[in-house]
Ligand binder design. Structure first.
Ligand SMILES: [Fe+2]
Length: 284
């Protein structure tokens, strides 16, 4: 999948420091890694370290090197410090800046303590060439569903009012609006309408991008472009009333953030699972 969003040209910052201002900032999103401390453990029949490696190999063939990587939650499945340390070691070794936000399966204290200290902030601004990335923590401790609290909504409003005139992307773990899949829609951001209203007031917001739903999706809500990205491990069947796996393969999202405000983005998937796909009817 590849598509283009072309809002009106904007003035703004230059491209990457010391580089041609016309060069886009190249970003990758990897999400829902569901890693374990034990390198041999599997989630629904798949070794999640191997599926991650298959996705990284594909990215290194198609979209490498990016200028940064965003990891949008459910990074670790078993709440083990060693799994976060593994992830840190693996991504430090890539030599690419990376930024993490938590998902409902993560332990924020472990993520912050062993992987990415900046994830302690519920809303953080990461400059990306001529663009701003806003990384939101939508998690609620011990809950599967999400919520954007008043501090985050106030931070969004402040960024919207600051008149930076920089095109902006928002990343968070949970989806903001129903996708038409009953079981996963019970686990979206529970104050989605308030969050959508806060985001819709932003004059320079290009898209809101989530993980969590383990599928490639795009919708329009409140005038906003909402994107969801496949997991680096197992995929959920779109439109399914109850939990069901989709045999589609793992993937990632690539993004090109042009200095004039254009966004090019798409999803790439691997050719096959590293191990045979096994349909599952039980949740995870
Ligand atoms: Fe997940």
């Amino acid at each position: 999948m590849a598509d283009t969003d072309a809002p009106a040209p904007r003035t703004g910052g230059s491209g990457r420091c010391g580089q041609n201002a016309a060069v886009p900032f190249r970003l990758l999103q990897l999400t829902d890694l569901h890693l374990y401390a034990d390198p041999e453990r599997r989630l629904l029949g798949q070794n999640t370290r191997r599926t991650l490696e298959s996705v990284l190999s594909l990215a290194q063939t198609r979209h490498w090197p990016p200028d940064a990587i965003v990891l949008t939650g459910d990074l670790v499945h078993d709440e083990q410090p060693a799994a976060y340390r593994f992830l840190r070691s693996r991504f430090d070794g890539l030599g690419i800046p990376y930024h993490c936000i938590p998902g409902n399966h993560d332990r924020l204290d472990l993520l912050v303590g062993h992987l990415d200290r900046s994830a302690a902030s519920a809303l953080r601004l990461v400059p990306a060439g001529a663009w701003d990335l806003l990384l939101l923590d939508s998690t609620v401790p011990a809950e599967e569903g999400g919520h954007l609290d008043e501090r985050v909504l106030a931070g969004l409003a402040a960024h919207a009012a600051a008149d930076r005139r920089r095109p902006t992307l928002v990343f968070l773990h949970h989806h903001l609006a129903p996708l038409g899949s009953r079981w996963i829609d019970t686990m979206q951001v529970d104050n989605g309408p308030a969050a959508l209203a806060a985001l819709a007031s932003h004059p320079d917001l290009s898209a809101v991008i989530c993980g969590h739903v383990h599928q490639d999706a795009e919708q329009r809500q409140a005038g906003l472009r909402l994107l969801a990205t496949p997991s680096t491990c197992v995929q959920f069947l779109p439109g399914s009333r109850d939990f069901a796996l989709d045999p589609l393969t793992p993937g990632y999202r690539w993004l090109e953030l042009h200095p004039d405000g254009r966004l090019d983005t798409g999803v790439e998937r691997t050719d096959a699972y590293p191990e045979p796909f096994t349909p599952a009817t039980e949740g995870y």
